[in-house]
Design a protein around this ligand. Sequence first.
Ligand code: CTP
Ligand code: CA
Length: 223
Amino acid sequence: IAHFHESHDLTGKTALVTAGPTQEAIDPVRYIGNHSSGKMGVAIAENMAKRGAKVILIMGPSQIKTAHPSITTIPVTSAQEMYDAAVKEHHTTDICVFAAAVADYAPANPAKEKIKKSANELSIQLKKNIDIAASLGEQKSPDQFHVGFALETNHEEENALAKLKKKNFDFIVLNSMQDEGAGFKHDTNKITTYHKTGEKEASPLLSKVDIAALIVDNIVKGL
Ligand code: CTP
Ligand code: CA
């Protein structure tokens, strides 16, 4: 599975990758976030760049950085900012990989000043964020290729297949929650890919770099 030679099977292609978490402001000093490290998305961006693609990496707040000269990183904070950046670039892309852990909800009315501690209970009203992958899936042309991710704790296959269809993906990558060492915070991952053609493929536990190579192999095959 490891790639010891440089192949250039993505020369001339432009790819967009969303990666990392998003942060949704509660007030000027607090936010709703999640544990996404951004590792998986950056590994995919780097693999595609290595194979000759020009990559636009739209990245939520993360410690992970990349210095590859073919990758342009657009840092964003909220889901809305990630959507605005993605929509701007989408028409120029051949490939989109939606690896970001986008917050599903954001505070409806973020406070302008720091919220002071007072009552014993505090409720924050949330509103649903825009679905970046679904929205760009609607604008997708037949020569564009979209890849999504899913992390499920139950009815994994059924939920992944529903997302594949709903968001107009060419394939979806299901992250396994079952295995020790897979997913958030880890350097390894284990996936199953579900293709719109009906194919399904499971991987062993691999480093995120090798998982990225496997995902990009599937993109190249499907283009
Ligand atoms: N996604 C996105 N924008 C959102 C939410 C999700 O682009 N606002 C993308 C993710 O990057 C991923 C895919 O959609 O590629 C599936 O994300 P997931 O959170 O698993 O699905 P949801 O549709 O948000 O459903 P739920 O969280 O309820 O399972
Ligand atoms: Ca979600």
